[in-house]
Design a protein around this ligand. Sequence first.
Ligand SMILES: Nc1ncnc2c1ncn2[C@@H]1O[C@H](COP(=O)(O)OP(=O)(O)OP(=O)(O)O)[C@@H](O)[C@H]1O
Length: 228
Amino acid sequence: MIQMKNVIKKYPNGIIAVKGLNIEIKQGEFAYIVGPSGAGKSTFIKMMYREEKPTSGEIRVNGTDIAQLKDKEIPFLRRGMGVVFQDFKLLPRKNVYENVAFALEVIEEKPENIKKRVSDVLKLVGLAKKANMFPDELSGGEQQRVAIARSIVNTPKVVIADEPTGNLDPETSWEIMRLFDEINARGTTIIMATHNKEIVNTMRKRVIAIENGQIVRDERGGDYGYEF
Ligand SMILES: Nc1ncnc2c1ncn2[C@@H]1O[C@H](COP(=O)(O)OP(=O)(O)OP(=O)(O)O)[C@@H](O)[C@H]1O
């Protein structure tokens, strides 16, 4: 579902963050992206949802080369993917229900479908009872659950997560990871950059290690492989 060929990313300041990536991630896979700080993991991930445009190379998402997309076509790409961030990025003035519903409103989903979809995903993430609460009334783990609910409410084929447990304590991180595992078990591809060694070594998945802008390891059921 995602293929990269000779992808290079040079930022305007001259830093070459990604130096010729070649990778294929198939529908239904769960892949961790690991590697040292500054290795290029976020850049790699941002190019998948066209937050960053590659300097050269090809990035195919379900066959379309997204490196060639015009800016006005990007929303269509994003309809098919969910994105989850370390800092949740919830809308502070909207409650839990509204934060999740908003993702469907912007794509002009029919109001009668919105209610059902939002309550289904809030149930899935265990927040049905907190639908009326606001982000600042929730714990970090709960806020991340809302963000995950928002990312899957449109039933995307892939969820891309950049360090989703980076702001959470170990126990909460596990709960969030179990949720991602369940979403993956329902058929959604998960691509996740993480520094969480314990989780990578326990919840074994495909491990793609990036160092200095290049893939240095790609193993199914691999371990984290670093001491940090
Ligand atoms: N917007 C930007 N403009 C210029 N340089 C950038 C930009 N974003 C990242 N870089 C540089 O690109 C390189 C890779 O950064 P990136 O954020 O992709 O690494 P990372 O592996 O995700 O790091 P971390 O684990 O610390 O999040 C770094 O040298 C960084 O300074």
